[in-house]
Design a protein around this ligand. Structure first.
Ligand SMILES: [Zn+2]
Length: 246
C-alpha cells in the first residue's frame, strides 16, 4: 500500500517537473523571438488632431502603435484618446522653435517645464523630437537629463533596440513631398523594410506630420501600403516608450 502511494507521488512529481521545464522552455523561446523581432517606430510630429483621429481606425486595423510628438502646451482630448488606444505621446516643444537657438530660459519654458505640465495631467512624456531635426551634442546632453530618447528628423538609420533605451536616434521623413509618385514611395518603403527584415533585432524610425494629401503630410493610402508591407515581412510597430523599457 505504502509503495503504491509513493509511486503516485513520484508520478505527480515527474509530471510537475516536466510541466515546469516545458513552460520555462516556452518562455525562453518567446524571449529569443522578441529580441530577434525587427520593427518600425512610426511617428507623427507637430499637432494635427483632426487627421490623426481619423487615422486611429486604420492603426487599429493593422494593430499598429505609433508615437505622436506634440508641439502643444498642455494635454488635450486627442492625447488621452491616443493613449487609450496604446499609442504614445512624446514632445516637440511649445512654439516649434529650433532648440539649438534657444537660451536657457526658453529651453526651460518650451522643452523642460511641459514635462511637469503633462505629468500633472497624467501623461508621462519620455521621448522628444527636435523641431526641424536641429540638434547638437550640447542639446542632446542637456535634454537627455529629462527625456530618455531624443529624436532627429533627417536620415534613415538602422538602430539596435538597445539604442532606443537612452540617447539620440535618427528618423527618416516619409512626407508626400519627398516622393513624386506612389510608386516612388512604395519602392523606398520596399527597400527599407526588406533591409530591416534581413537584420536581427533591428529597428528604424519613420515620421511624418498630418495624415493627408498636403506636401508635409503622408497620404492614408501610403500609410496603408507601409502597414501591409510590414505585415507581409513580419515586422512589428513599436512606440518609443515600449523600447525604452525593453
Ligand atoms: Zn515639427
Amino acid at each position: 500500500m505504502k509503495t503504491k502511494k509513493l509511486k503516485k507521488v513520484w508520478v505527480v512529481l515527474g509530471i510537475l517537473i516536466f510541466a515546469i521545464v516545458v513552460t520555462l522552455g516556452c518562455i525562453k523561446l518567446y524571449r529569443v523571438k522578441q529580441a530577434r523581432q525587427c520593427g518600425i517606430l512610426l511617428a507623427f510630429d507637430d499637432y494635427s488632431p483632426g487627421s490623426w483621429t481619423e487615422a486611429l481606425e486604420l492603426f487599429d486595423k493593422y494593430n499598429v502603435h505609433v508615437t505622436f510628438f506634440v508641439a502643444w502646451d498642455e494635454p488635450t482630448e486627442f492625447c488621452y484618446k491616443a493613449l487609450e488606444k496604446g499609442h504614445e505621446i512624446g514632445f516637440h516643444t511649445i512654439g516649434h522653435t529650433d532648440v539649438t537657438d534657444m537660451d536657457e530660459e526658453e529651453l526651460q519654458r518650451c522643452v523642460i517645464d511641459p514635462i511637469e505640465t503633462f505629468r500633472n495631467g497624467g501623461i508621462e512624456m519620455t521621448s522628444f523630437a527636435y523641431p526641424y531635426g536641429f540638434h547638437d551634442d550640447e542639446t542632446d546632453e542637456r535634454l537627455l537629463e529629462y527625456y530618455k530618447v531624443v529624436r532627429g528628423a533627417w536620415y534613415y538609420e538602422v538602430h539596435s533596440k538597445a539604442d532606443l533605451r537612452h540617447g539620440f536616434v535618427e528618423a527618416y521623413p516619409i512626407d508626400n513631398i519627398h516622393f513624386e509618385t506612389d510608386e516612388e514611395f512604395q519602392a523606398k518603403i520596399d527597400q527599407i523594410l526588406q533591409e530591416l527584415s534581413d537584420n536581427v533585432g533591428a529597428v528604424t524610425c519613420l515620421y511624418s506630420h498630418a495624415i493627408d494629401v498636403g506636401d508635409w503630410c503622408v497620404k492614408p493610402e501610403r500609410l496603408e501600403y507601409l502597414f501591409q508591407k510590414a505585415d507581409e515581412l513580419g515586422l512589428k510597430f513599436y512606440t518609443f516608450k515600449e523600447l525604452q523599457n525593453n
